[in-house]
Design a protein around this ligand. Sequence first.
Ligand SMILES: [Fe+2]
Length: 194
Amino acid sequence: MFSANFEHTENEFEPILSSETIKYHYGKHHAGYANMLNSLIQNTPFQTMTLEEIIVSSRGKNPKVFNNASQLFNHDFYWKCISGTKTQPHGKLAELINSKFGDFDDFRQQYIGYANTMFGSGWSWLILENNELKFLNTSNAENPLGTQAIPLCVIDLWEHAYYIDYRNARADYIKNVVMNSINWKFCELQMERD
Ligand SMILES: [Fe+2]
């Protein structure tokens, strides 16, 4: 049985994300994907697989299972990427940021700009591919699992992520999250999977 992972309190991200947003985003949307996935995979070969295995083996073949499994992974990952306090990258991540983007501020401006190019529902990722940092926007439930890319960070760009707090001002949500609420320590730890 899969469950939606959320290791925070509901008001931890205020004022960037309200407790009302978390109540719906985690409590309804994220939890809903876990419940739906559990019911879809009951008595199927997916039942004995890891979440990552389900995503890779259902991609392009079983859209219902793929969408719910990927949305479960993406949300688990998103909540780990978000922090209630401001943090800064260190170590290898900081080195790669500085060598490719000049400095942390330029990097954040480029991430914000790239995320803003996303049309419709989806996710804006920071990935590590061939030891290089890249941005990647994916539509709907898609993610980089099963490719060479290692996901380091993600921002949820579905309307349910920001509409309660920001209404149609998606750009303000993106800016607030990137500037104030990324858990860069978590992102750095993902690089060890390289
Ligand atoms: Fe979401």
